[in-house]
Design a protein around this ligand. Structure first.
Ligand SMILES: [Zn+2]
Ligand SMILES: [Zn+2]
Length: 379
């Protein structure tokens, strides 16, 4: 018997992403799991077939080889795979679905959809990483982004059926959408695996989307970045994720914000910190300078006479806006005092003269410190 196409086995389109593959695989594996179909040889064969298809397609390299050469890619020299088609990867995919099977058996009532909608699947959530500047976080703004996603197919209106074609009653369940299987003393009724509970099958899938009801597209979206947003914040755009399968509801889009490091400012919540070097003489005599602020203005920083290294000046209300509030943080300017170097002869003479005149009053900290040392040496 000719081997079935792996995509056909999983019921997905050739370009399907990993999430779609996984979701299709889980669903089928649950339906055909030997535990649920004891003694059913057909189910067992299908189960093996599903696993082999998924094992190949979930692996990027194997998938690429399969896409190019089909089954021939694994027929020569593919010794890793046993005759049953169960490779060493088999166990890993089993653990993938184990929780689901277990949960499905134990939890009960957790069936997706219900009634005729079981085959409609919610679209996957998407993540989009957006890097912005500190200035953009300060001002807030609207950013245009391009999101590669799956959108509803216009040709079939998302249904997956070729327009103008009809449906026929599912031969597996005769239109009931449910099939019965004996399990020990019990008869278990479950969703029909062929029509996924719809009772109807489409005569022909839509040729534009391969029956998926959705297709790949780059969507343009504008995202409002609120003032004061912080690094690592997640913005959720409901229903802006991938379109659902065959008309199912869409997923959500999550924008993950990261903020580029700034040349001058470090941020801690709503407060900003900047380190500014000042000349030794300015620190001793006092003075004034300006720093740029995020509102594209400037702020005056007053240096008090006798400023010590590391001392901070607080500029109230010159920090970041607080998200969804009228509050604004502060800007702290830390003064780093620079010791002069490459002195001219004249400068050296003046500093030597200055040193001779240094007293306990001009340098209280070091004077006190050396007095303590002297005491320790004498003890
Ligand atoms: Zn379509
Ligand atoms: Zn059916």
């Amino acid at each position: 018997m000719a081997k079935r196409d792996f995509y056909e086995v999983l019921g997905v389109a050739k370009g399907s992403d990993d999430a779609a593959l996984k979701s299709a695989y889980r669903k089928l594996a649950m339906q055909h799991h030997p535990d649920r179909n004891p003694g059913n040889a057909e189910s067992e064969a299908t189960f093996k077939e599903i696993n082999e298809a998924y094992d190949t397609l979930k692996d990027g390299q194997k998938r690429a080889a399969y896409d190019r050469f089909g089954h021939a890619a694994f027929e020569n020299g593919g010794g890793a795979r046993g005759p049953s088609g169960f490779g060493s990867d088999f166990n890993s995919s089993m653990s993938d679905i184990f929780d689901d099977i277990f949960g499905d058996f134990m939890g009960g009532g957790g069936r997706r959809g219900g009634g005729g909608n079981a085959a409609k699947l919610r679209g996957a959530d998407l993540r989009y990483n957006l890097e912005i500047s500190l200035e953009e976080s300060f001002e807030g703004r609207t950013v245009e982004i391009d999101v590669p996603t799956l959108v509803g197919c216009d040709t079939c209106d998302g249904s997956g059926a070729k327009p103008g074609t009809g449906t026929h009653t599912c031969r597996q369940c005769n239109g009931h959408g449910k099939v019965r299987a004996a399990q020990g003393f019990f008869t278990i009724e479950r969703t029909c695996p062929v029509c996924q509970g719809r009772g109807q099958m489409m005569d022909q899938p839509c040729t534009d989307c391969g029956g998926q009801g959705r297709r790949q597209e780059n969507r343009k979206l504008s995202v409002d970045i609120p003032k004061g947003i912080e690094d690592g914040t997640r913005i959720r755009l409901a229903n802006e994720g991938e379109a659902g399968l065959r008309g199912g509801p869409p997923g959500d889009l999550y924008i993950f914000i990261s903020i580029r490091p700034h040349d001058l400012f470090q941020r801690d919540g709503a407060d900003l910190y900047a380190r500014v070097p000042i000349a030794m003489a300015t620190a001793a005599l006092g003075g004034e300078f300006e720093v740029p602020t995020l509102d594209a203005a400037r702020a005056k920083v007053k240096v008090a006479a006798g400023t010590q290294p590391g001392q901070r000046v607080r500029l109230k209300g010159k920090g970041m806006p607080v998200l969804r509030s009228k509050d604004v943080g502060d800007l702290y300017v830390q003064l780093d005092i620079e010791t002069p170097q490459n002195l001219s002869r004249k400068q050296r003479e003046l500093l030597e003269e200055f040193q001779r005149l240094t007293t306990e009053e001009t340098n209280p900290t070091s004077d006190g410190f050396f007095a303590k040392l002297k005491k320790m040496f004498e003890a």
